[in-house]
Design a binder for this molecule. Structure first.
Ligand code: IPD
Ligand code: CA
Ligand code: CA
Length: 274
């Protein structure tokens, strides 16, 4: 796996190297399914009023679980389409899986979506893989081994002023309830930046912060599978993640802010309403 070995070669922990390779294989397998089904008619069901599931979410998740069960039988799962959200991230080794991040885009044939697989052990995130199948971009990271895109090392951007930054945000599925605070945050941050994007796949927003295409990102009500892999990517690329108050980011917390670190304090100063 030439796109993963630059990262795994830097790992003394061979078990973690094997884990990361398995995650990358699973993400590529899921990506092949999404690429094949993209743009065709979908079977769509609803998890909520605007929260969709397509047959591709389910097929991609099944493929990931099958492959990971085979390669790493001792690791458990927290997978979006087949797991309940736990009260706490378990300390046992687990995969944290979003088979298709950007389902609304995918369902509308809007070409912006990815597969995200994080790996947690002892309750903390150790490795992550995000794969964008249409651009064939594979992002991988592991603690102490850096962050990589298609085998090339990536770093967060050098932008130090919010006024020179390109940021991104997302709109949660409970937007009918949260629209006031979501729009207020956008109205506060947008005029302070060069632009704010809402592309519709939080995992890619995080991967893009990691590789410097975005300088900052924020969203409320993300789930562990949206952020697990992205957290490792952003931190290994030199970035920072917190809640809106600057406290350490929690996979089960309500608020996510990710940035290149340099604009972080300015961004949270605008977002924090405490
Ligand atoms: C969603 C996307 C979207 C974000 C939502 C997520 P899904 O994930 O990441 O960008 O705004 O909050 O739930 O449902 O497409 O996997
Ligand atoms: Ca998601
Ligand atoms: Ca999803």
């Amino acid at each position: 796996m030439h796109r993963v070995t630059p990262c795994t070669d830097r790992l003394a922990d061979q078990k973690l190297a094997h884990t990361l390779t398995a995650a990358a294989e699973a993400a590529l397998a899921a990506g092949a399914i999404l690429r094949e089904r993209y743009g065709k008619p979908h079977q769509i069901t609803h998890k909520g009023a605007i929260d969709l599931v397509t047959e591709a979410d389910l097929a991609a998740e099944t493929a990931i679980l099958d492959l990971l069960r085979q390669r790493c039988p001792a690791i458990g799962f927290l997978a979006e389409e087949s797991s309940m959200l736990p009260a706490a991230i378990p300390s046992a080794p687990i995969w944290v899986i979003d088979p298709l991040d950007g389902t609304t885009n995918f369902a509308h044939h809007f070409p912006w979506f990815a597969t995200s697989i994080g790996y947690s052990e002892g309750g903390s995130l150790k490795a992550g893989v995000i794969y964008q199948p249409l651009l064939d971009e594979l992002f991988v990271a592991a603690r102490g081994a850096g962050a990589w895109r298609n085998g090339e090392a990536i770093r967060v951007s050098p932008v130090s002023q919010l006024a020179e930054s390109l940021c991104a945000t997302g709109f949660p599925y409970d937007i009918r309830r949260t629209v006031g605070e979501v729009v207020e945050a956008l109205a506060t941050v947008l005029p302070a930046t060069q632009g704010v994007r809402r592309a519709g796949a939080a995992a890619l927003d995080l991967a893009y912060v990691a590789c410097g295409r975005l300088d900052g990102f924020w969203e409320i009500n993300l789930k562990p599978w949206d952020t697990a892999a992205g957290v490792v990517l952003v931190e290994e690329a030199g970035g920072r993640l917190t809640d809106f108050g600057g406290a350490p980011h929690s996979p089960l917390g309500r608020e996510t802010v990710a940035s290149n670190g340099r604009i972080h304090d300015a961004l949270i100063a605008l977002l924090d309403r405490r």
